[in-house]
Design a protein around this ligand. Sequence first.
Ligand SMILES: Cc1ncc(COP(=O)(O)O)c(C=O)c1O
Length: 360
Amino acid sequence: MARRFNFCAGPASIPEAVLTEAAEQMLDWQGRGLSVMEMSHRSDEMVGIANEAEADLRELMGISDDYAVLFLQGGASSQFSAVPLNLMGDEGKVVDYVNTGEWSKKAIKEAKRYAKVNVVASSEDTNFTTIPAFDSWNLSEDAAYLHYTPNETIGGLEFFWTPESKVPLVADMSSTILSRPVDVNKFGLIYAGAQKNIGPAGLTIVIVRKDLLGKASAMTPTMLDYKTAADNDSMYNTPPTWGWYLAGLVFKWLKAQGGLAAMEVINRRKAEKLYGYIDASGFYSNPVEVASRSLMNIPFVLADASLDKAFLAGAEEAGLLNLKGHRSVGGMRASVYNAVPEEAIDALISYMKAFAEQNS
Ligand SMILES: Cc1ncc(COP(=O)(O)O)c(C=O)c1O
């Protein structure tokens, strides 16, 4: 059976070359007579795979030795707790959060369990279709950190600028990491669930400046304390070895594509094509302000919502999977991560055109 085009927001498409390589090595990794899934995490083989993946990620993102790179479990959602627990300190400092959508809201809700949260800016009044101008942000005098969500996966809203922050800047990069270069040195901490641009679900990556380690609140569970993970090379307990290995294959694939600068060129071309068609169609629309439209998650609605079901059924038939918008907002969403090829965008646009012609 031919593989179809997958626009899922996560777990998302994985490069076909990576899946092929993993399949070839599934039963017998490099002649060792066993699968990566069956290896001790402390074996030379697995430690080698782990170190190589970390080195490749450092190279791709330009991560210096000032940062620890952690390969964890628990999803980005666990980081909503781990961030305040590790960074707020025991002096009861306020923590600053920007609210630009559903994932910001979840991070804020969780942080409120532990810390005094100051929401410095919110775009809820525009239904999260805009990013509040930086000069309107009500930053605290002495926050423990400033948290934001550079790409809101549900709303399709992306920052193309990095907030200036005197305090450690913390970013939930789950749905934008590896889509284009970022200057890691501007951040205190970056976290991301793997299931979009990194690899399979079950792995979570944290990149944390080393001077921020060792300051966790006394109540922090051992498993959420970044220092525990850093001191043990992310092997305090059994890490998600398969996800780590697959991520390593994805990092090698990204290097072979030319790295993140090359991915940005491709990702911009893909997104511009789809937004361009949506805007010109008169049948589909995207509500997000043009300057903040996500390169990775492109939501759109049909002129007549009663056609949604027929649109999705026809898309499936045309081999275009998982275009349904998030249950909280409805409509459609095309997630076009690194592994979604440009032909998928072309096929989607052809289908959208034909559907619009038949139904207008
Ligand atoms: C921006 C963002 N943050 C957090 C999450 C939650 O991630 P996880 O399911 O890994 O906990 C998601 C999931 O889609 C996301 O898109």
